[in-house]
Design a protein around this ligand. Structure first.
Ligand code: SF4
Ligand code: SF4
Length: 386
């Protein structure tokens, strides 16, 4: 933060995923703080926390690109630190996810150690670092965390960037339980913000070289933006990402929560931009998908009224199975917190009257076969049964 109370956000060109291009871009990103060395000291254990939402290859833009993790791991190692890479993917194939996303290769090339959060501890683990969210015990041994997020649209929160990325520090079944207990975007986002403030990464970097637009965070389309965004304050980094992609700050529910709580970095006046001018980065044709209703989210921040919550809830879309794309793998059923997706004749059927619209099914679907639509549930339910 500057002397005037502004949060510094650094934006740098990074036109492609190429080692030297990324390295030059990262040097530019850290310039406002002199260098990466301002955050870390030789001998420290540094955890890199990428977004490893699913077992998807880098070109699908679901996960943080492995070359960014590789370059940063090299730069940290050169300072004399031990590097770790960790996340808890939203599936039960943790090791496979590290392989497909390219993280195992990164570990091999850089000597970084992979921390399998889901294996490290479960919600019952006595070593968990806090009592409320049971953050993975893998964090306990780390001296500091660098947050390596991916810029994507998100069905529940509008946009996922730096703040939401720390949700991956909640390991195992606890994540599913939080979705189940707090299905509304604004309520859920309160927990995302609390978790982020507990994890406290020293720096957040957003991979916006190729972002995801449309039906994110799992089934959207890759969109080339050619940028890296970095900040000490993750809310500020997310706000810059939101402005660049055309979101109103209140359409990103984590920012709406932060703004309601007076957390710095959540309103445009809080930002001090370095590097590229934000006006030169705007992406006018970015498909923001069916983002949650920002105006209502903003009103909720000030007026937590029951009718307002109901109004917001009524407008939220439902998941709809695209039978033409479905490969009948059943992963949506496994990932559904209230367990209301059953497989009939190998095809999934949703009990819509019990759907909490958490969109976990969409995140679990490897085939992009779950769309979101604002539908009349009674009609679709009849349609499904007929
Ligand atoms: S069907 Fe999908 S959106 Fe509905 S509760 Fe299950 S996982 Fe959540
Ligand atoms: S996860 Fe996707 S592909 Fe698999 S059964 Fe569900 S809808 Fe079909």
């Amino acid at each position: 933060m500057t002397e005037t109370g502004k949060s510094v956000v650094s934006i740098a060109d990074c036109k492609r995923y190429h080692y030297d291009t990324i390295r030059e871009s990262l040097i530019n990103i850290f310039t406002p703080w002199n260098s990466l060395g301002s955050f870390i000291t030789a001998g420290q254990k540094v955890l890199l926390k990428p977004n490893l939402l699913a077992a998807a290859p880098p070109e699908e833009a679901v996960t943080t690109h492995p070359l960014i993790v590789e370059v940063l791991a090299d730069m940290i190692r050169e300072i004399g630190c031990k590097v770790y890479i960790g996340d808890s993917p939203g599936n039960d194939r943790e090791e496979y996810t590290y392989e497909i996303t390219g993280m195992k290769d990164v570990a091999l090339k850089t000597g970084a150690e992979i921390l399998y959060f889901n294996q490290h501890n479960t919600e019952e683990d006595a070593n968990a670092v806090d009592n409320v969210y049971n953050l993975t015990g893998a964090l306990t041994d780390m001296d500091l965390i660098i947050n390596l997020a991916k810029l994507k649209t998100h069905s529940l929160t509008g946009l996922t960037g730096a703040v939401k990325n720390t949700y991956g520090c909640v390991a195992g079944k606890r994540k599913k339980k939080l979705h189940f207990e707090h299905p509304l975007p604004f309520d859920f986002s309160r927990h995302l913000v609390d978790i982020h403030l507990l994890v406290k990464p020293v720096f957040s970097l957003i991979d916006a070289v190729v972002a995801m637009e449309g039906m994110g965070p799992r089934s959207g389309k890759p969109k080339h933006l050619g940028l890296l965004i970095g900040a000490e304050n993750a809310f500020a980094a997310d706000l810059a990402a939101a402005v660049i992609t055309g979101f109103k700050p209140n359409q990103v529910t984590t920012l709406a929560v932060a703004r309601a709580r007076g957390i710095s970095g959540a309103v445009p006046g809080d930002l001090q931009i370095h590097g590229k001018e934000i006006q030169d980065c705007l992406v006018k044709d970015f498909d923001r998908g069916l983002a949650s209703d920002g105006n209502l989210a903003g009103l909720l921040a000030r007026f937590p009224l029951v009718w307002l919550r109901n109004n917001m809830n009524r407008r939220r879309p439902f998941p709809v199975i695209n039978i033409g794309k479905c490969i009948a793998c059943g992963k949506c059923s496994t990932g559904c917190p209230p367990q209301i997706i059953s497989l009939k004749d190998k095809l999934p059927t949703i009990e819509y009257n019990k759907c909490i619209r958490c969109y976990c099914c969409q995140e679990f679907c490897p085939a992009g076969a779950i769309d979101l639509e604002r539908i009349n549930i009674r009609r679709s339910h009849l349609h499904e049964q007929g």
